[in-house]
Design a protein around this ligand. Sequence first.
Ligand SMILES: Nc1ncnc2c1ncn2[C@@H]1O[C@H](COP(=O)(O)OP(=O)(O)OP(=O)(O)O)[C@@H](O)[C@H]1O
Ligand SMILES: [Mg+2]
Length: 253
Amino acid sequence: MPTRKIAILSGKGGVGKTTLTSNLSYVLANMLEQKTLAVDANFSTPDLSLHSGIYFTKFNIVDVLKNSIKVEKAIVPTHLNFDLLPGSLTLSSLTSFDRIKNVLSELTGSYDFILLDCPAGLGREVKNVINSVNEAIVVTNPDLPSIVNALKSLKLCRDFGVEIDCVVVNRIKSSKYELARRKVSEMLDFEKIFFVPEDKNVPKSITNKLPVVKINPFSPASREFIKIGYDLAGLEYRIKSSVFDKILSYFKF
Ligand SMILES: Nc1ncnc2c1ncn2[C@@H]1O[C@H](COP(=O)(O)OP(=O)(O)OP(=O)(O)O)[C@@H](O)[C@H]1O
Ligand SMILES: [Mg+2]
C-alpha cells in the first residue's frame, strides 16, 4: 500500500501539534478505517504517548534511532486502534536524528498513514523529519508570534519540496485580543485553512488520556478535527448529529 507520511509542525511551541496528531490518528484509524501509525518525533520532550495513556513501553524511538533495535519492535498497538512509535520519557542522549528517514522507509507499505508529531522550533530535529516525509500540516494559533512561525514553517516545507496539506489555526477564542480570521487568512496566504475553536473539552480529554474526538465527537473542536481527517482522506465530512447528540455533547464531562 502507498504510505502517506505527514509531519505536523508549527515553529512555535504549545499551539496544539500533539493534540492534533492524536485526534487525527484516531479519526483516520476509527472513522475512516485507515491503518495509521502515530510517531512521537518530538525526540527531546515527547508527550504523544501521554495523550494516549501509554506510559511504559519496553522500547522507544530513541532505541530505534540509535540502531539498537528494529523499528517494528518499538511500535506498540494502542487501545485507540492506531499504532504508536513512542518517544523516550527519560532524558535521552540522542544526538543524531538522521536515521529517521531510513526508519520511515522501512515502514513504507505497512501503513496507509504515518503522522509525525514534531517538536517546537524549526531546528535540526524538525529538518530531519521534514526531509523524511512527503506531506505536512502546519499548526498555529491566532496570534502574531505563532503566525510568524507558521510562515517560517511553510517556507521550510516548500524548501524541502514537501506538499502542505493544510494550515490548522487552533484555539480560536474570538476574543478582541486575537487576530481576526480574515487577518490570519491574509497573512498566511494559503488556500486551505481550518479554524479549530478553543474548547474546554480538549484539556479535559487530555486529562482523561483520550482524544477528544473519541470522548465527545460533537464538541466544537472535535467537529473540526474530524473534518480535517476526512479532508486528508479526500472526503467531505457531513455532520450527522441529532438534537439529542448535541444536548449530550453539551453536558458531557
Ligand atoms: N482547541 C483547543 N482548545 C483548548 N485547549 C487546547 C486546544 N488545543 C490544544 N489545547 C491545549 O493546549 C495545550 C498545548 O497543546 P499541545 O500539547 O497539543 O501543543 P504542542 O504544540 O504539541 O506543544 P509542544 O510544542 O510543547 O509540543 C494543551 O494543554 C491542550 O490542552
Ligand atoms: Mg507536542
